[in-house]
Design a protein around this ligand. Sequence first.
Ligand code: AHG
Ligand code: MN
Ligand code: MN
Length: 338
Amino acid sequence: MTNIKDSLLLPMGTTLDRFIMRNQAHFPFATGELSQLLRDIALASKIVNREINRAGLINISGSVGSMNVQGEDQQKLDVVADVRFTRAITNGGEVCAIISEEHDDMIDTGNHKGKYIMAMDPLDGSSNIDVNVAVGTIFSIYRRLSPIGTPPDLADVLQKGSRQVAAGYILYGSSTMLVYTTGHGVFGFTYEPSLGEYYLSHANMRIPATGSIYSCNEANMHTFPEPVRQVIDNMRHEGASSRYIGSFVADFHRNLFKGGIFMYPETAKSPKGKLRLMYECNPMAFLIEQAGGLATDGTRRILDIEPTNLHQRCPLYVGSKELVERVVKQYELAQVPA
Ligand code: AHG
Ligand code: MN
Ligand code: MN
């Protein structure tokens, strides 16, 4: 057993800031802007984390429409998260345009010298916001295509997922974690609230090659495409478990650790799928591929889909390689004429 004196000699651990700084060397010609942007995202997430932790109290001290201690209108947490992230990223100066679930149009931040574009789902898991169940933030970063110094345009924000330079999520759960990739593996950091720092807790995360968890809204099962029903039926016969929180970030995070597949197919209610390509599917597809898994819409690799609309939806099957391959296989079989 380690005594107190020995435990004080243990290394303190690597903070997110230090990790980002050390890994800047991975990027040829890096000037530090991407590093700064990742730090801005981490900062905004700490503020959002604080708001989420106080969520129950906000309702005690006043409902929506009343003022909080900062004299601002109290808003639903997804709006609060959107404002916090948008402000932090705009103040940082590295991003020229933002797309957010909470805004119909692209936001021109006014930082026309900024090299980067960010897409985000500021708060994922709306149905869980008010009931103390895990929620998240998802982000995706691209390099702009238009010349630096000019206003950003639609082509800058409508790039396919394979062009992402970084992506990640923050899970506000039983502990808060930030998980991200810059294309050199997936790294997870756990928030230490008393120190206000993220510490590296999960280096080089890998999803198990297969698993026994499937995650989908089973109430929609009768309207799932036949190939997907076939995969689920096979998994059930193998003794799989069904796990569905209804917060994509939380469902994804669990499956990343345990092995499994998350599915949001096209359904009668959501004929094009429910999740959004630019700020839900693409960032998670980048992360899962970096962790050794796969992401498809059934017939196409998610990262190869050419976007045409900021808020377009797409069916999503993401997780352990072997399980996602089953979906692809069933789609292929369905296309072969009998
Ligand atoms: P958001 O809260 O950002 O709108 O996303 C909700 C998404 C996702 O988090 C979750 O996986 C899915 O909606 C749940 O949808 P159903 O309620 O249709 O199952
Ligand atoms: Mn979402
Ligand atoms: Mn959302």
